[in-house]
Design a protein around this ligand. Structure first.
Ligand SMILES: [Zn+2]
Length: 63
C-alpha cells in the first residue's frame, strides 16, 4: 500500500476521481484499454446538456 492509498483510506475526501474510479469500478483512466498506452486528460465536461448530446452522438456511430 503506497502513501496515496493510505491517505485515501484515512481520509476518503483526499481521493482523486481517478483513485475513486479505480477503487470502486477497477477502471484505470491513466491507461488506454485498447492499446495499453498512457492516457492524458484533456478536458472535463460537466454540463448535462453537453454530455447528453455527446452520448447521443456516440450511440449513432459505430466505434
Ligand atoms: Zn490506445
Amino acid at each position: 500500500m503506497n502513501y496515496a492509498s493510505i491517505l485515501a483510506y484515512v481520509n476518503p475526501t483526499a481521493m482523486t476521481w481517478a483513485q475513486r474510479l479505480k477503487r470502486a469500478f477497477n477502471i484505470d483512466i491513466h491507461t488506454c484499454a485498447i492499446c495499453g498506452g498512457a492516457v492524458k486528460i484533456i478536458a472535463c465536461i460537466d454540463d448535462p446538456v453537453t454530455i447528453n448530446k455527446m452520448l447521443s452522438h456516440l450511440n449513432q456511430i459505430v466505434l
